[in-house]
Design a protein around this ligand. Sequence first.
Ligand code: CO
Length: 212
Amino acid sequence: MDIKSVFANNEKWIASKLATDKHYFEKLASGQKPEFLYIGCSDSRVTAEDLMGIQPGEAFVHRNIANLVNNVDLNVMSVLNYSVRHLKVNHIVVCGHYNCGGVKAAMQPADMGILNPWLRNIRDVYRLHRDELNAIKDEEKRYERLVELNVQEQCVNLIKTAAVQEANKERGLKVHGWVFDIHTGKLIDLKIDFDKILKDIVEIYNLYPAAE
Ligand code: CO
């Protein structure tokens, strides 16, 4: 893929959209009402729209290294608040993936420079689940389990926020944890128990009293 073909591809894409609907771009420009907020990894192989089979306008998307939801990251918190409070998405998905370089890096004893504070969020997930992870002798399996537990903990981080607690109370917004299996293309639903996590969490992280 060279840079020139991007523009040629863009022209082809415009033509294909207009061939099915000549008002396609007028409709696209008129506004957005996505049903999902998708938070995924920046990994070039894990493209949100392709793997869900969705079209422009259907998901608000945030991607970062290892799909982290960090409470002091102004970027992810802005995306969360805008999409939940203004666009009124009804589902938030955290989608991790096997073979995640970010998760792998967090399992290495190495100084990664500016990435250290970012990856430390994953090391914290490891610490929280140390007994379970250390009991897995097969390193590959342990790595895959950390990918899953990282998704689970990012879902917990979302449920800690006032925006999510409020939107759940008001319109039943739910948080979902998925893993993309890069070996098969399959999307795996980790079946995060939203209500149970919310119930556990509001004891300490209750920012919206009516959420109890
Ligand atoms: Co990744």
